[in-house]
Write a protein that binds this ligand. Structure first.
Ligand SMILES: [Zn+2]
Length: 305
């Protein structure tokens, strides 16, 4: 009972503050600012990391032009337009924009690019959900239908490949994890992977069950990525700092351990309130985000299945 009340009370305000899943450090950096701000940092080869208010953006900038992965919130888009102009001497319009999933903190900027002719690509379900809009139940909010120019114009089911700036990008769909439209983008030559919201570094993740997400699918997706990458892979989470395979493995270990713990307690007859009252233990205390996915909320996701 306290779980549901806490969820209802805390999250709508948080979403309204444009913090669908912002890491605390970023939220602090940008809280109360009038003009949207962001940072850019070289990642590897032609790749750059852009961090603003919403999800992490990876930009590939080179002889073939500019490609972006994710587009942050709508009000951030003009700022990124200036970033593209600064990063690229030859163009101010990306050729491609890839969306890791449909949430507004990753697709809000789509319309600005789409109306300039940028080709937007995403999983089939991203276009479908953006076109209709929908309720994100755990946050108690409606994400409005996106305008036509924001919609992905190239969609795919399982995977797609792009050959760009000397690299091969594989867009791989993992079903029913954070949502039902999650893609992970692998840069084969640079050995970089953008995981979208299938990875929250050192945080309990958000599983959007009203958008088709499931805890078991989420874990399966993370484990599939772990099986493909190596110790040198640069791992970009949807939110938070750049990570590596060890960070992702630690995240996977947390997911499995806490899931098994909660399911074990429920199987033994405990109620969700009991598990919340007991807590997950000191080992996982640091993974709670008081501004987003608290321990109580994470237990709620685990118990929902
Ligand atoms: Zn998300």
């Amino acid at each position: 009972m306290s779980l549901m009340n806490a969820t209802r009370n805390a999250l709508p305000a948080l979403f309204a503050a444009a913090c669908l899943a912002v890491a605390p450090a970023q939220a602090d950096n940008h809280a109360g600012e009038d003009a949207p701000s962001f940072t850019t940092a070289p990642l590897k080869g032609p790749l750059h990391l852009l961090q603003g208010k919403g999800g992490n953006i990876v930009a590939s900038v080179g002889g073939d032009g500019v490609l972006l992965i994710d587009a942050d919130y709508t009000d951030m888009a003009p700022a990124y337009a200036s970033a593209v102009r600064e990063l690229s001497a030859s163009t101010d319009t990306p050729r491609f924009l890839l969306n890791t999933h449909w949430h507004l903190d990753h697709t809000g900027g789509n319309a600005l690019w789409g109306e300039q002719g940028t080709v937007v690509m995403a999983h089939d379900n991203v276009r479908a959900r953006m076109a209709s809009g929908g309720r994100i139940a755990a946050l108690g909010v409606e994400q409005a239908a996106s305008p036509p120019e924001a919609l992905p114009v190239v969609t795919y089911g399982d995977s797609a490949a792009l050959h760009f700036n000397g690299d091969t990008l594989e867009l791989q769909h993992y079903p029913n994890g954070h949502t039902d439209g999650d893609s992970v983008v692998y840069f084969a030559a640079e050995n970089v992977v953008h995981m979208g919201d299938l990875f929250f570094k050192d945080r309990f993740p958000f599983v959007d069950m009203s958008s088709g997400g499931t805890v078991d699918g989420y874990i399966a997706g993370v484990q599939a990525v772990l099986a493909r990458i190596d110790d040198d892979t640069v791992v970009v989470p949807g939110h938070g700092d750049v990570a590596d395979k060890a960070d992702l493995q630690r995240f996977a270990d947390m997911l499995v351990a806490t899931r098994d713990h909660v399911r074990g307690r429920l199987a033994a007859g405990a109620g969700v309130e009991d598990v919340v009252a007991e807590g997950l233990g000191e080992k996982w205390a640091d993974w709670a985000n008081p501004n987003f996915i608290t321990e109580e909320r994470w237990i709620g996701f685990l118990a929902a299945e």
